[in-house]
Design a protein around this ligand. Structure first.
Ligand SMILES: CC(C)(COP(=O)(O)OP(=O)(O)OC[C@H]1O[C@@H](n2cnc3c(N)ncnc32)[C@H](O)[C@@H]1OP(=O)(O)O)[C@@H](O)C(=O)NCCC(=O)NCCS
Length: 229
């Protein structure tokens, strides 16, 4: 398990978080041509998983009912000055506008021979803010012996219950890190953004899992900054 906590500046108040883990080799050249803009196919030839993970993290952070119908080619991911950046075209800018999202901040959390992990923090219009962010990873399978009944039932309803369970264990670990030992619970209706129960302040949660690794990302506004609407 790895975990870390950090404080991050955003252009506006936090409105959503997303994380994705993608196994190296999962994104074929054909899939990249189908989902990415032509410039990304060229730019990310050596690491096609990066723009893929970035899109999935953005989809989760921005949200909305059309998450599966998002204009993927219009969600252009750039690599500039050592960082990933989202350059949304008109169709995705319209999705963001409908969801009340003014900007998205991307970060590459990890690139290993096995995986890439990308996070996205969405912000709405408003004064710049600071957020505390924690992530934790968990191997799959993990000793998922600390799930409550709702968490267990949700995992059993998913295609890969062991990976879903590891993601919830990762969320518990991130919660302990962010809130000095507090145990959060995960509530995740199918195909909807998961929620963290039991956090002392409004907190956003995102989960992702592959067959062998799960990750959870938690974030809340830094005390003193404006709380989310
Ligand atoms: C939400 C989505 C990103 C899930 O992706 P996935 O690869 O199936 O799974 P991941 O491991 O990344 O994430 C799974 C977690 O996402 C969370 N999730 C599900 N729906 C979500 C939503 N609408 N918003 C935010 N999070 C969501 C769940 O907590 C889920 O974990 P759980 O099932 O254990 O509760 C979905 O948009 C999807 O299936 N995307 C694929 C569409 C596509 O074409 N992507 C290509 C990008 S180039």
């Amino acid at each position: 398990m790895t975990s870390a906590v950090a404080e991050v500046s955003l252009a506006g108040p936090l409105s959503g978080v997303g994380v994705d883990v993608v196994s190296i080799g999962r994104v074929s050249a054909r899939l990249a041509r189908a989902k990415f803009s032509a410039e990304e196919v060229e730019r990310f030839r050596g690491r096609r998983e990066l723009p893929f993970a970035a899109r999935e993290a953005v989809l989760k952070a921005v949200g909305g009912p059309g998450i599966l119908r998002a204009p993927l080619r219009d969600m252009v991911v750039e690599w500039s000055a050592g960082a990933l950046r989202l350059r949304p075209g008109p169709a995705y800018r319209e999705v963001m506008r409908r969801e009340g999202v003014a900007s998205v901040r991307l970060a590459v959390l990890a690139v290993s021979p096995a995986h890439v992990v990308v996070t996205a923090l969405a912000a709405r219009d408003g004064p710049p803010s600071r957020v505390r962010v924690a992530y934790a990873t968990e191997p799959v399978p993990s000793a998922a012996d600390d799930l409550d009944d709702d968490e267990r039932a949700a995992c059993l309803s998913r295609p890969d219950p062991r990976a879903s369970a590891a993601a919830r264990m990762a969320a518990h670990a991130a919660g302990r890190l962010l809130f000095a030992g507090a145990t959060l619970r995960v509530r995740a209706p199918r195909d909807r953004a998961p929620e963290a129960l039991g956090a002392p302040t409004p907190t956003w949660l995102s989960l992702a899992h592959e067959r062998d690794l799960a990750i959870a990302l938690l974030a809340h506004p830094t005390p003193g900054d404006r709380d989310p609407a």
